[in-house]
Ligand binder design. Structure first.
Ligand SMILES: C[S@@+](CC[C@H](N)C(=O)[O-])C[C@H]1O[C@@H](n2cnc3c(N)ncnc32)[C@H](O)[C@@H]1O
Length: 346
C-alpha cells in the first residue's frame, strides 16, 4: 500500500478535479436533481441582495470609473446571471463594470458560457491575469469546496491524514503518519496548534486569502465570502461527502461525491487581519440577508403574486433564512482595505 499513499488534500483534489473521472467533470451535480443545491439556486432574491450590496459598496468607494467584480467559483453561472440583471438597472454602475469569473472546471466553464452571454464577462484561470481594480471579490460556497489537510496532535509533533489505495484503486483506507518538516513548520507559523487537538488546515484557501489580500491592498476593494462554517476557534473533523442530497462515504465511489469542509471563520478572520485588512464581524446568512432587506423585497414582489406564487416565494425564503435550514450554518465575512469602512449587511 505504501507507494499508493497520498495526503488527504491530494486525495480530495484527485476526487474533485481529475479530468476523466473527477467530480467536477460530471454532467449534473447542481440543483434539485444533482447532489446539492446552493443559495443562488434557491431564490433569485439571494443574488439580488448581493448585487445591491456590490452597487452600494461601489458608491461608498466614491463611484470609481472602473469597478471589477471577480466571482470565485461561479458554479452553473446562476448567481452572476441574476446579479447582471440587477446591475443593468443601475446605469452609472453598469457603465463602469467589468466581470471576471475564476473557474477550475472545464465543464462548468462551458455551462457558464452558454448562460452568460455578456461582453463584460471574461473568464480567468489565474488571478495574476488581473492588473487593475478596485476589485470586489465575491465567493459563494467557494472556500468550503477547496481541498484541506487534516492533522492530529501527537505530543509535540503532528500526524497527517493519508489515503492509501489498493492496487485497482477500488479500496481506500485512511490513516495518519508523521507530518513532514515543512508542514510542521507551516502549522506552527499559522499557530494552528492553538486550534485544538484535531486540526483542519485549509491549505488552498489560505493561499487564496493571501493572494486576494495582496490584490485588495494593491488595487482597493474587498472580499465578500459566504460559506458553510463556524466561528469558534476549536476545530473538529468537518470533512463531508455528499451524493444525491445525502451524506455518503469519503472512500466510496471516488469522483461521484461532492467533498467539502466547513470554513473556520475565526481562522479566516485572523489571516485576513494579519494581512492588514479591515475585517467585519462574522454574521449568519440570515442576518446578512435581512439587513439587506430581503423580507421587504419579498413582500413587495408578493403584492402582485397569486397565492401559489407567494407560497413558493416564502417557502424559498424560509430555506435561505431559517436557522434549521441555511440561515445559520452559512456565514458571511467581509474584508476590505484598511482605510475603507463599508459595513452594509453586517
Ligand atoms: C460548491 S460550488 C459553488 C458554486 C456557486 N458559487 C454556487 O453557489 O452555486 C464550488 C465552485 O468553485 C469551483 N472551484 C472549486 N475549486 C476551484 C479552484 N481551485 N479554482 C477555481 N474554481 C474552483 C467549482 O468548480 C464550482 O464552480
Amino acid at each position: 500500500m505504501k507507494n499508493n499513499q497520498i495526503s488527504l488534500d491530494k486525495f480530495i483534489k484527485k476526487s474533485l478535479y481529475n479530468k476523466e473521472n473527477g467530480y467536477y467533470s460530471k454532467k449534473k451535480f447542481f440543483g434539485s436533481r444533482g447532489d446539492f443545491i446552493t443559495s443562488p439556486l434557491i431564490s433569485h432574491l439571494y443574488s439580488e441582495m448581493l448585487a445591491i450590496w456590490c452597487v452600494a459598496f461601489w458608491e461608498k468607494l466614491n463611484k470609481p470609473k472602473k469597478i471589477r467584480i471577480i466571482e470565485l467559483g461561479p458554479g452553473d453561472g446562476t448567481m452572476c446571471f441574476e446579479m447582471i440583471n440587477v446591475f443593468k438597472r443601475f446605469d452609472a454602475f453598469y457603465d463602469c463594470l467589468k466581470i471576471n469569473l475564476l473557474e477550475i472546471s472545464k465543464d462548468l466553464i462551458k455551462k457558464q458560457k452558454l448562460k452568460l452571454r455578456n461582453e463584460k464577462i471574461k473568464w480567468i484561470s489565474n488571478l495574476n491575469q488581473i492588473k487593475s481594480g478596485p476589485i470586489i471579490f465575491i465567493g459563494n460556497e467557494f472556500f468550503d469546496s477547496l481541498p484541506i489537510k487534516q492533522l492530529k496532535k501527537n505530543n509535540n509533533s503532528f500526524l497527517e491524514k493519508y489515503a492509501s489505495f489498493s492496487k485497482n484503486e477500488k479500496k481506500i483506507k485512511f490513516s495518519f503518519k508523521a507530518a513532514g518538516k515543512k508542514l510542521t513548520k507551516d502549522i506552527i507559523k499559522l499557530k494552528l496548534n492553538d486550534y485544538g487537538d484535531f486540526i483542519e488546515y485549509p491549505i488552498i484557501s489560505i493561499k487564496y486569502l493571501e493572494k486576494l489580500s495582496k490584490m485588495i491592498n494593491t488595487f482597493g476593494g474587498g472580499l465578500l465570502m459566504i460559506d458553510y462554517g463556524y466561528n469558534i476557534k476549536k476545530m473538529g473533523d468537518t470533512l463531508q461527502a455528499v451524493k444525491n442530497h445525502k451524506f455518503s462515504k469519503l472512500n466510496k465511489d471516488i469522483g461521484k461525491n461532492d467533498i467539502s469542509a466547513h470554513v473556520n471563520f475565526y481562522l479566516f478572520s485572523e489571516i485576513l487581519k494579519s494581512k492588514k485588512l479591515n475585517v467585519s464581524k462574522v454574521v449568519t446568512q440570515s442576518e446578512f440577508l435581512q439587513k439587506m432587506g430581503i423580507i421587504q423585497r419579498a413582500n413587495i414582489l408578493a403584492n402582485k403574486m397569486s397565492f401559489k406564487e407567494k407560497s413558493n416565494l416564502f417557502y424559498r425564503m424560509k430555506r435561505l433564512l431559517d436557522k434549521k435550514e441555511m440561515g445559520e450554518i452559512f456565514k458571511v465575512l467581509f474584508a476590505q482595505k484598511k482605510n475603507q469602512d463599508f459595513n452594509l449587511g453586517f
